[in-house]
Design a protein around this ligand. Sequence first.
Ligand SMILES: Nc1ncnc2c1ncn2[C@@H]1O[C@H](COP(=O)(O)OP(=O)(O)OP(=O)(O)O)[C@@H](O)[C@H]1O
Ligand SMILES: [Mg+2]
Length: 326
Amino acid sequence: MEAAKTSALEEFQHVDVSPVRNVAQDVLTEVSRVIVGYGDILQNMFISLLVNGHIYLEGVPGLAKSVMAKTFAKTLGCTFKRIQFTPDLLPSDITGSMIYDQKVADFVVRRGPIFANFVLADEINRCAPKTQAAMLEAMAEKQTTIEGITYPMMVPFICVATANPIEQEGTYPLPEAQLDRFLFKLWLDYPDPENEVEILRRQQEGSMPEVEAITDPEELVEMQQIVNQVYIDEVILNYIRDLVQKTRSDPQILMGAGPRASLVLMKCSKARAAILGRSYVTPDDIRDLLIPTLNHRLLIRPEAELEGVDVVSIITKILEEVPTPL
Ligand SMILES: Nc1ncnc2c1ncn2[C@@H]1O[C@H](COP(=O)(O)OP(=O)(O)OP(=O)(O)O)[C@@H](O)[C@H]1O
Ligand SMILES: [Mg+2]
């Protein structure tokens, strides 16, 4: 058993993750020529991209959500589309429809904005549930059906859905089951005083710098294959199990996380390891990803909420309670 484990480890040590680390570093450096701060958000976006997952991004208006997504997509050499969600948006406005083409005297498919490598779904909580469902289904299934014919999404495919946390009127908050489909829920905080003045400095000098494409979709797919080969030890799998199971037994939690959360932690920790230049996962990879992975998957008991307990404090407590493997 021990011998088998050692040889598995040796084999995985040969996986060369440097292409992932180098591209990740270059992409993040390039994006930060435009975006001040938010290094952790950008790193998590890169992780999502490497595992073909999607992000739910909360933040008040004007925190560079649009600029960040657009700049990131351009740096990745990926196609980018933005969809503004409004109450009258129809499913076909997202997925596409058949239109009559006079030149060929027949109906042809007009693909909707979901067909891009990087899709920014702005204010996803502003449209009717039916349209949200069409969007989320395409995201989860990685395919969509237009008039009975199924079309695959592009590869890689990442969707960043944004929502304003305080706006309530005329919105349809996503149900928990839908939120579970997002890999991470991330928050954009206000910039700190130093970054705020840096944002001003950059813009008063004139136009924003143009970013260069550092990579392309083909190379991203190759990087996804490298990430698959990153080694994750049985000890780490048990650690993931213990953390996730703890959310189901904690007395302050009404609804704990399902196995989808465990899978997300496993896949994303491999991507994080590769980005940091490691061919194996460490407990720190899991610890770092636990809040973004779990914060939209737990429901706190109302009594605990009244006592001021929030999701982040519960996850932090779980991190302290579950022993970290050596
Ligand atoms: N951290 C930052 N780095 C660089 N520019 C920033 C930053 N924060 C805000 N800005 C600037 O603020 C402006 C607003 O950004 P943007 O339009 O992307 O915001 P948004 O979050 O998409 O807003 P909305 O919710 O209204 O769509 C842009 O000019 C952007 O460059
Ligand atoms: Mg915007």
